[in-house]
Write a new protein. Structure first.
Length: 255
């Protein structure tokens, strides 16, 4: 029986042009024996922008629903999940070769680890790449450590939420992604961190495309009032979870 990692990608119109590149990065993954991926591509809206964009691959599942932002799109895609693991992949980003295999290997070898992240390289428009200069050492990420780093460093996390791979049970237990207009992936990362143990792989797992149309590059993303509200909601939720579950086991692995 084939084991599945479900890759979830929300899509809105400006990022459609990058989807074929994301798909190619998936097809280049060398999967461990007995494993395969499914790709859950969810349009944030009902404009039919996904029609004809991707090849006829049975591993691809397309979804559409009324627009609610990327967090809602990601969470709606959970209705089609077949995998025991869930991997994040934004429409304009690229997985590096071996990224899925490393995620799977870590989560299979370490039952007390519930999620993984990896080093990210920014992919600039000229094709060059730039890394983050504050990556943690490779290895275990203790409960609460990402939240505290994020709070001390002007709401910048120590690991990148765009590289998350999580046990499916954990994602459902946390309610999927937060219903925020942005930072919903950071919200999931920090919530996962306060209730379970994670792992950081120092090998690059993602090329994070920097381009003028990306949502995080728009002025609305850093509008002070909304930004402050998002950060407060993320932190308050995380601290509430930590307070409710102080002795929670550090695994959400399937029994």
């Amino acid at each position: 029986m084939t084991r599945i990692v479900s890759v979830i990608t929300p899509v809105h119109s400006p990022s459609i042009k990058f989807l074929p590149d994301a798909y190619e990065s998936l097809t280049r993954q060398d999967m461990p024996r007995g494993w395969d991926w499914q790709w859950l591509v969810q349009e944030d809206g009902q404009a039919g922008v996904l029609h004809g964009v991707l090849p006829d691959d049975p591993r691809i599942s397309l979804g559409t629903a009324r627009s609610g932002g990327p967090g809602v799109a990601r969470t709606l895609a959970l209705s089609r999940v077949d995998g025991e693991l869930i991997k994040v992949l934004d429409a304009d980003d690229l997985l590096t070769p071996g990224a899925l295999a490393r995620d799977i290997a870590t989560l299979e070898a370490m039952p007390t680890v519930s999620w993984t992240t990896a080093r990210v390289l920014d992919l600039l428009e000229d094709g060059s790449t730039v890394g983050f200069d504050m990556d943690p050492p490779g290895g275990i990420i203790e409960r609460g450590s990402v939240l505290e780093f994020w709070r001390r460093n002007n709401f910048r996390a120590s690991v990148h939420p765009a590289t998350l791979c999580l046990r499916t049970d954990l994602v459902f237990a946390l309610g999927g992604w937060m219903a925020l207009p942005a930072s919903e992936d950071t919200g999931l990362l920090i919530a996962a961190n306060v209730v379970t143990t994670g792992y950081f792989n120092p090998e690059p797992g993602l090329l994070y495309r920097k381009w003028p149309g990306q949502a995080t590059g728009q002025a609305a993303h850093i509008e002070p009032n909304e930004h402050a509200a998002r950060m407060k909601i993320i932190e308050t939720r995380a601290r509430a979870l930590a307070a409710l579950l102080p002795d929670l086991s550090t695994t959400s692995a399937r029994q």
